[in-house]
Design a protein around this ligand. Structure first.
Ligand code: SAM
Length: 240
């Protein structure tokens, strides 16, 4: 990582109230791994150092706003892609176990290789679909938190995420600006699957100023056994 890249990482993290002094080497190593892997397989559209630092690393760290992940032992990252937000969060929280999940094997191959190379023993990546894991007794109600970034509309996230949460767990969705219509549909879907929208935190990304929203859905009751519906249905026929 160049001195300019490191300065952007430090500034972005500082604006989120985070100190990354001890984590800078891990982020620098992740940057190198991502850039190298991206020349072989198409993992991410972001290719320049400032873009990766701000739009992947700092953007992922913004999931820590508000302390909604605090105290979690097991966190699943639904639709992690090349490991975002899971890998930056795992670098910051070594005592929390992260399960980056994606249906695309080549992406999880990268996440596994990156976690091994960085010595992140708190990462256990998984290939699969959320619909399948949500019905698997090894995963259903197995997590304290679901995090996700840029995966689907809120009603879809509610159906995919709530089955994976323990009672009292929380889904933390990092999104761009969210419309009142999506929020309303998300509230209705959350109620249907045993949850309640408790936080809608609109903010701007450090340095870049892009609009983001953290939406938290708390699991307030059991998710009916019929959810999640079979693969693809939550996307094709959202609950609301
Ligand atoms: N979260 C990453 C990020 O912010 O860079 C990746 C975002 S990408 C737009 C969405 C990812 O979610 C894709 O890699 C896709 O394969 C995955 N995905 C979408 N629906 C999924 C599902 N039902 N189960 C597992 N993965 C899913």
């Amino acid at each position: 990582m160049t001195p300019e890249g490191e300065a952007l990482l430090r500034q972005g993290a500082a604006e989120l109230g985070l100190n990354v002094d001890t984590q800078v080497p891990a982020f620098a190593a992740l940057l190198d791994l991502l850039v190298a892997a991206n020349t072989r397989v198409n993992l991410t559209a972001l290719k320049t150092e400032p873009d990766i630092v701000l739009k992947h690393f700092v953007d992922s760290l913004s999931c820590l706003r508000g302390g909604h992940l605090d105290g979690a032992e097991r966190v699943i990252d639904l639709g992690t892609g090349a490991g975002f937000p899971a890998l930056p969060l795992a670098i910051m929280a070594p005592d929390t176990t992260f399960t980056p999940l994606d249906s695309i094997r080549k992406k999880i191959d990268f996440v596994r290789a990156a976690a091994a190379s960085l010595g992140l023993t708190n990462v256990t990546a998984q290939v699969g679909r959320a619909e399948t894991l949500g019905r698997d007794p090894d995963h259903r109600e197995g997590y304290d938190r679901v995090v996700c970034r840029a995966v689907a509309a809120l009603p879809i996230l509610a159906e995919l995420g709530l089955p994976l949460l323990k009672p009292g767990g929380r889904l933390v969705a990092q999104k761009g600006p969210i419309s009142e219509a999506e929020l309303q549909a998300g509230r209705q879907a959350a109620a249907e699957v045993g949850g309640r929208v408790t936080v809608v935190d609109a903010f701007t990304l450090p340095v870049l100023g892009d609009a983001r929203t953290l939406v938290v859905i708390e699991k307030t009751g059991p998710t009916p056994a019929k959810y999640p519906r079979r693969e693809g249905v939550p996307n094709q026929q959202p609950l609301f």
